[in-house]
Write a protein that binds this ligand. Structure first.
Ligand SMILES: N[C@@H](CCC(=O)N[C@@H](CS)C(=O)NCC(=O)O)C(=O)O
Length: 193
């Protein structure tokens, strides 16, 4: 059995989208970062790092967006969350997700200039492709969540990134993405500035 601990709008949104893309059965367990529920003893017992996402796989914890997305892609191959199981394709997906986790995600803490530089790199990386790997994959889900976060913080204005904006539009056309956003919005976003 799968269970996802998530906070609306947080990094966990990427995993939430992937679970819906896969049509996977899972127990949805929202927590509130505003109420610091990630610091509750019961949660820390599952993830001592006190962060979402946390996926339980038959009660075994798995953390880190990139690792969970990779797990879901391999566990639910029919969902085509990876274009192929060719080792180079998988490595390209990991390259994108490492970039998102280590460059895009921490940039916000460093201020608007760092955000702009990081998203400029993402624009260049994406190039003229519709999708990060050429066809839709977990890399797009991870990239989209960070862009979505940028749009919601408006630092700098997302209009500066036309390729990422077009990518986000393609993502928003996907029912799993719209469904996830509707669920998380209904719970309520508590995004820090
Ligand atoms: N490297 C982690 C980052 C996870 C992360 O930073 N999660 C944030 C929400 S976006 C969190 O849970 N923060 C709570 C805290 O730091 O107290 C991943 O990719 O999963």
């Amino acid at each position: 059995m799968l269970a996802l601990y998530f906070a609306p709008g947080a990094s966990s949104m990427a995993v939430h989208i992937a679970l819906h893309e896969a049509g996977a059965a899972f127990d949805a367990r929202p927590i509130s970062l505003a109420r610091q529920e990630q610091r509750d003893a019961a949660f820390l017992a599952l993830n001592p790092e006190g962060k979402v996402p946390l996926l339980l796989i038959d009660n075994r914890p798995l953390t880190e967006v990139a690792a969970i997305l990779f797990y879901l892609a391999r566990r639910f191959p029919d969902a085509r969350l990876l274009p192929s199981t060719d080792v180079e394709t998988e490595a390209q997906a990991l390259s994108w997700m490492s970039f998102v986790a280590s460059t895009l995600h921490p940039a916000r803490r460093l201020g608007p200039e760092a955000v702009r530089a990081a998203f400029d790199q993402a624009e260049t990386r994406l190039g003229t492709r519709d999708w990060a790997l050429g066809v839709f994959s977990i890399a797009d889900i991870h990239l989209f969540r960070l862009y979505w976060r940028l749009v919601n913080s408006r630092q700098p204005p997302p209009v500066a990134f036309p390729r990422l904006a077009a990518h986000a539009e393609r993502m928003m056309a996907r029912p799993a993405v719209r469904h996830t956003i509707a669920i998380e919005r209904a719970i309520g976003y508590e995004l820090p500035n």
